[in-house]
Design a protein around this ligand. Structure first.
Ligand code: ADP
Length: 249
């Protein structure tokens, strides 16, 4: 949607899970605004609500309270079918385990969302070529995922996430399965795409090194935002020290 500056606007966002007559509040009222072009890392200990938040931001699940606008749209108001279409057009997903289709080539995997959207062959071909080059996989178009390294597979997944030119990219531990060198290459790629294309990226990570590639870091604890630091704007010293102390507390 043109003219929407806030890609994410959450107000008092809540998510509770029910287990019999037990209720567990996984998110306890999150207020969060993310503008177009931000690269944000979401950190926090296991069980703090990171995946729950990412699922809500991706429209994979719905909140039980509060408001959530993604690119100006309240997802709770959409039917399941419309939500699915909205996701395809608005959000690119990158997962820890790549989630490529093994029987499809690199080019076919990247093309998948465009194919589902009924785009023309020519349009798909052109866009896939641009992305293959952007993620450094020229010459690998016809390879199958099993013929690629983990890092290369994640490059395919990044290209697939970007193929529809989504205003929002969500990454869930994108370097979780990679060694430091390959992980660093993927983070550099995301960071370059962010800078060059003005991509908005929200990345969940356990890894402080991965988070250091983002401009803003949010620390979740017990379903609430404990710290929200803009690493570019704020002086590193005290704020980052405070962040680290809380991360390891
Ligand atoms: P994180 O990603 O930070 O590890 P999660 O968002 O996965 O945290 O989980 C937050 C809390 O919500 C955890 O205590 C978890 O056990 C609980 N939770 C997550 N999903 C469900 C579910 N489907 N049913 C019940 N409880 C859940």
């Amino acid at each position: 949607m043109e003219g929407v500056k806030l890609v994410i606007k959450a107000t008092g966002l809540k998510k509770s899970y029910r287990n019999g007559n037990q209720r567990y509040d996984a998110l306890k009222g999150i207020d969060l605004s993310i503008s177009r072009g931000e690269f944000v890392a979401i950190m926090g200990p296991s069980g703090s609500g990171k995946s729950t938040l990412l699922h809500l931001l991706g429209g994979l699940d719905l909140p039980t309270g509060g408001e959530l606008l993604i690119n100006g749209t309240e997802l709770s108001n959409l039917s399941e079918k419309k939500r699915c279409l909205f996701r395809r057009n608005t959000i690119g997903f990158v997962f820890q385990n790549y989630q490529l289709i093994p029987a499809m080539t690199v080019a076919e995997n990247i093309a998948l969302p465009m194919q589902a959207a009924g785009k023309s062959k020519e349009e798909i071909h052109e866009r896939v070529q641009v992305l293959v080059e952007a993620v450094g996989l020229l010459g690998k178009e016809h390879a199958f995922p099993s013929q690629l390294s983990g890092g290369q597979q994640q490059r395919v997944a990044v290209a697939r996430a970007l193929v529809m030119q989504p205003p929002l990219v969500l990454a869930d531990e994108p370097t979780g399965n990679l060694d430091r060198k390959r992980g660093s290459e993927i983070l550099t790629l995301l960071s370059q795409l962010h800078t060059r294309e003005g991509l908005t990226i929200v990345m969940v990570t356990h890894d402080l090194y991965a988070a250091s590639f983002a401009e803003r870091a949010i620390l979740l604890k017990d379903g609430a935002i404990e710290v929200d630091v803009n690493q570019r704007e704020e002086a590193e010293g005290d704020v980052m020290a405070d962040f680290l102390a809380k991360l390891h507390a």
